[in-house]
Design a protein around this ligand. Structure first.
Ligand code: ADP
Length: 422
């Protein structure tokens, strides 16, 4: 294992994995920290997916340190703490406290912090995070229900979360390339700064930052800043040129889509799918009962399984979601739907489905938990940030594509299965 990463949420972990596979690293995602002594996957990079973004601080740091310990025991040479490209965190963390704990445990004294991901329109200039053309705190993220981001100045935001101090490597330095960035980070470390927010506006900046951090024990950031890391290992003679790091066996069996995301992209993908595939929609408001909903959906699936994938969706437009939430409460509505879709996933697998697309971050977490998946080997991307994976755990091996709600093109549900045929 060359790179050992700790991700603060599930689909964020997959996003990082995809970036590393694109760079030529064979990559495995683990769901939670494996028990001590469990076998280390045969991979160049291992990403441990936690649910630590909004967990209580003590749990977030505890889980992250447990993951670090496991990755250290597995022989990782460099470590990466992955968080969201919009720096999703509360006033108290968890980015700062987790990073502090990792810096202390690794005794490295310093880590860069760079959430920039220009491909997804996240850029950092003079320490300020932009989403598209607007500052983070005007991007809608200021209204996020769990992690409202009301300040775009990341030096200030991270300073509030850490016991250390935070410096900046500004655009003018980053634009001069890897040597200038490395020198600036060394100076900040010598001046006692624990972190450096590093500006980045283009992929060229991210590649230069990655090169500048080749000897760093720990990096922190979004998946973008991992872009330059595979080349470091290759340059050091540690990473062979893999023929196809995302090559996976294609499993035989039934194909299905389960959608629990109510995001705009997923609703559009369902609209497209209706014209091409058999689609079943759960009426949660009419039957607010997970067992009954899943039974009816599975009976429909049994009648409609054939050559084409079946699509089962809980997803609904905002007014329907609001109606259900008004009746059951926000948390209970979400939990009911997640329970129903997880049961449906379990039933589909029991009936022979082996290729499954799941839409929605929380939905994916619920499905993976129910199916007892422990480990995902990352394959080729269907659309940016969404790869096919080979899932192993307590049940049969499965091909899983876990899609963050807003990811993927309109034809995603068809394209996902089409790419398996090539
Ligand atoms: P995304 O990745 O788009 O945020 P998630 O799966 O993370 O998607 O979140 C969607 C949430 O909405 C889940 O908790 C899911 O159970 C819930 N949900 C899905 N369909 C409905 C519905 N019809 N009414 C209310 N909540 C729903």
């Amino acid at each position: 294992m060359l790179l050992g990463a700790i991700a603060d949420d599930f689909t964020g972990a997959t996003d990082l994995c995809s970036m590393l596979v694109r760079g030529g690293m064979r990559t495995v995602q683990l769901i939670g920290v494996p028990p001590p002594g469990s076998p280390v996957p045969d991979a160049d990079a291992v990403v441990v997916a936690l649910k630590s973004r909004t967990a209580p601080v003590a749990r977030a740091t505890g889980d992250s340190l447990a993951a670090l310990k496991w990755l250290q025991a597995g022989g990782a040479r460099q470590f990466f703490f992955k968080y969201c490209s919009t720096f999703d965190s509360t006033e108290h963390g968890n980015i700062g406290p987790v990073a502090d704990a990792l810096v202390a445990a690794l005794e490295c004294g310093f880590a860069l912090a760079c959430p920039a991901f220009p491909t997804n329109a996240r850029t950092v200039y003079q320490g300020h995070l932009f989403v598209g053309g607007v500052l983070l705190n005007e991007s809608g993220m200021e209204n996020h229900p769990l992690t409202p981001m009301t300040d775009a100045n990341l030096v200030r935001v991270l300073s509030r979360q850490t016991e250390g101090t935070v410096g900046l490597v500004p655009f003018a330095t980053v634009d001069r390339g890897a040597h200038a960035i490395r020198d600036a980070m060394t100076q900040l470390k010598e001046r006692g700064r624990r972190y450096a927010i590093v500006d980045a506006i283009t992929d060229a900046h991210l590649l230069a930052i990655g090169q500048a951090a080749a000897s760093h024990t720990l990096l922190t950031g979004g998946s973008g800043v991992a872009m330059g890391l595979p080349e470091n290992f290759r340059r050091g003679g540690l990473l062979a040129d893999a023929v196809d790091p995302g090559a996976l066996p294609v499993l035989d069996g039934g194909s299905a889509v389960i959608a629990g995301s109510c995001s705009r992209a997923t609703l559009a993908q369902l609209g497209y799918a209706r014209a091409h595939l058999p689609v079943y929609e759960l009426d949660v408001l009419a039957t607010p009962d997970a067992t009954a909903l899943s039974k009816a959906a599975l009976a429909w699936a049994a009648d409609n399984t054939g050559a084409r994938p079946v699509v089962i969706a809980a997803s609904a437009p905002p007014e329907a979601v609001t109606a259900l939430q008004a009746r059951l409460g926000r948390d209970q509505a979400g939990a009911l739907v997640e329970d129903a879709v997880a049961r449906i996933a379990e039933g589909l697998v029991a009936s022979g489905v082996r290729r499954l697309v799941v839409a929605g971050g929380e939905t994916s977490g619920a499905v993976v938990g129910r199916l007892g998946v422990a480990c995902l080997r990352i394959g080729r991307e269907i659309d940016p940030g969404v790869p096919w994976t080979l899932a192993a755990g307590s049940g049969p091996d499965l091909m899983l594509a876990l899609k963050s709600g807003n990811f993927g093109a309109t034809d995603f549900f068809l394209k996902a299965f089409a790419v398996l045929e090539n």
